[in-house]
Ligand binder design. Structure first.
Ligand code: A3P
Length: 290
């Protein structure tokens, strides 16, 4: 399997086969009841999808467990080599209410999603852990080019020369967009620290209520421990020539603070200095500690 083609759209490297395909993606017709999960890669996308499936099915995983998370929610901008058709086409075929997923930066979102006023849940993860997770993901998937050394990959991440571009622009762009659209902006670290509180935010946003028992069930079912053992959520259903779990697991560590095992003191200083510049003026409250 060769890595997915990289097409630069307004300067952002996207995993799109051709300009024609991009035009189709940009012209995607959303439905008003679509729910969109938007993230920079490796920020807890799969986790949020599972939480949403549990919420939509009132905590009854039996209703959807035959299909793996990866196949339940099309990523509108990706055409996977192991699937018969691009996810965009799959999205057009599935009945409402759809849960769709995207890693696009806010300024490249198909305009129809804004026009239809779709609800969007954005999950952001602190840059350092996101970087470590993205590095391991590049190692284990044939969809992306080899990350080269850890140091090389850090440089690429910092300069936005990775798929979906700059983490800094992504989290800031969506943060600004939330004031103009129906966007619930959540943080990976908050979900980890207090899943109940964040699930209540999601329920409020979706205008739904569930009993305390069901919420506790959802928390258990979507914990890292349970999800990493569940073949429907740990991504082992994806063919091994796409995701090689012998190199690194998709559900790898599942906690904040793993970056400390990878950053040297010098690297950390350089990263922080660059971070201050890139995030100057931003009010985003990221947490990098456990
Ligand atoms: P790590 O590589 O740090 O372990 P995405 O789904 O956006 O690709 O994100 C994948 C990251 O989210 C991985 O991070 C994965 O382990 C983590 N993750 C997935 N499910 C999780 C859960 N239930 N709890 C905590 N982290 C989870």
């Amino acid at each position: 399997i060769t890595p997915l083609n990289v097409l630069h759209v307004h300067g952002v490297p996207l995993l799109i086969p051709s300009k024609e395909m991009w035009d189709k993606i940009y012209n995607f017709q959303a439905r008003p009841d679509d729910l969109i999960v938007a993230t920079y890669p490796k920020s807890g996308t799969t986790w949020m999808q599972e939480i949403l499936d549990m919420i939509q099915n009132d905590g009854d995983e039996e209703k959807y467990r035959q299909v793996a998370t990866f196949d339940r929610h099309p990523v509108i901008e990706v055409a996977f080599p192991h699937k018969e058709k691009p996810d965009l086409e799959i999205a057009l075929e599935i009945p409402s209410p759809r849960i769709l997923k995207t890693h696009l930066p806010s300024h490249l979102i198909p305009p129809s999603i804004w026009k239809q006023n779709c609800k969007i849940i954005y999950v952001a993860r602190n840059a350092k852990d996101c970087l470590v997770s993205y590095y391991h993901f590049h190692r284990m998937t044939s969809l992306l080019a080899d990350p080269q050394s850890w140091e090389d990959f850090c440089e690429k991440f910092m300069s936005g020369k990775v798929a979906y571009g700059s983490w800094y622009d992504h989290v800031k762009g969506w943060w600004d967009a939330k004031d103009k659209h129906q966007i619930l902006y959540l943080f990976y670290e908050d979900i980890k620290k207090n899943p109940k509180c964040e699930i209540y935010k999601v329920l409020d946003f979706l205008e739904k209520t569930l009993s305390e028992d069901i919420i506790n069930k959802i928390i258990h079912h979507t914990s890292f421990e349970v999800m990493s053992k569940n073949p429907m959520t740990n991504q082992t259903a994806v063919p091994s020539n796409i995701f090689d779990h012998t190199i690194s697991k998709f559900l790898r560590k599942g906690m904040p603070g793993d970056w400390k095992n990878y950053f040297t003191v010098a690297m950390n200083e350089k990263f922080d200095e660059h971070y201050e510049k890139k995030m100057a003026g931003a009010t985003l409250p990221f947490c990098t500690e456990i």
